[in-house]
Design a protein around this ligand. Sequence first.
Ligand code: GUN
Ligand code: FE
Length: 447
Amino acid sequence: MDQNLIFHGTVIHSRNPAEISIFKNTLLIISTDGRISTLRKDTNKSLVPTILAGLKASGEPTYLDRGHFIIPGFIDTHNHAPQWAQRGLGQSMHILDWLDEVTFPNEARFRDPDYARRIYSSCIEGFLKQGITTASYYGSMHAEATRILADLCLEKGQRAFVGKCNMSRNSPDYYRDATVQSSLQDTRDCIDHIRNIDPESTLLKHVLTPRFAIACEAELLRGLGDIANENPDLPIQTHFNEAEQEINLTKTLFSQFENEADLYEHYGLLTRRSILAHCCFMTEYEMGRLKELDCGVSHCPISNMTVGGGFMASPIRDFLRRGIKVGLGTDSGGGFSSSILDAMRQALIASNAREVMSKGKDKGLSIAEVFYLATLGGARVCCLDDKIGSFEEGKEFDALVINTASSGIMTMVEDDDPIRTIFDKFIMTGDDRNIEKVYVRGRSVKS
Ligand code: GUN
Ligand code: FE
């Protein structure tokens, strides 16, 4: 950017699950390197030109009128880029059957780089359009397709974790890493590639991605743990205690461990950089391990209750109560929707089911809480909360400009609606048509 990006209007963010902060008449100035250089609340619109002149800011201010506001970009802590073209398929199937029948045949197509480029372009643009400024992506098992995914994220300006998926067993011959050694070598090549194209990690990191223990021999998990240990900057992601079918087979394959926490910890894969998708079935012991090891949970309320998952309302309230880091995942395409707004709504629904299941002990979530999960909560899970997730001077500007008056199906805004009412209407009924602009590091990225 050769000029400052400047806004004046309402800015909304969350600094903790309990509250939403709404700042009216706020002046935001974004420096040419994409950081928030000025955040000045309660600033009269008429004073903006004088302030900008005093700060020697270049660029025309955008004045947001009533019905418009700025929120942090959404963070999708778990999804599968190669499942973009299978969203909505295989509903209500159990996880291992769904993988065999729907997912593996689909993901195998990413051996073709042209196919990968076409689907990944659509996927990234689709996520950006829906305001997902940061995504933690599972790639397919193919190194080349994974490098293409990383190239495209950088080109299109999405902040992303991109992981070559490791899977050397319990998958079909046509879709499986040839050997443990080739799986690890492909991973190293993808790590190098991402470091080459984005040396400062401005947007990208490789994320170590053992598909789940069922698909990995002990030697592969150990090798990935060694890479994690040698590269403490790299995040790690896997599927964790997702469904009974999965948990039972894992116990058979790794009978020396009583639970998945002990298993993944043993191989060096549970650290503060771990992103554990699902976590539907959690014992007191495993809750304690996740808290102790400071692992993050990716709550995927759509897939948890539609595909693969245990058709289970996971213990989200318990994670929050214990101070375990937690964010939202679309888990698209296990999740039929790639919209974080949909994930927020389903998180509310699932939490209400959990309230009933727990006989009132685990209270349902509030809109403030799901908004936190979709923004700063996700940033914490990704260990990016020093950079993004909320608005503070010095943080990078990953943000959405919301227009609640745009045509669409959002609940109509009345003249006397307070801003918090307008916000709630957007969260519960808005969609990508209300997401007018999307910025990552100050760059406009919604095509
Ligand atoms: N477990 C292993 N692979 C997958 C996957 O692709 N989706 C989900 N939801 N669970 C998994
Ligand atoms: Fe998943």
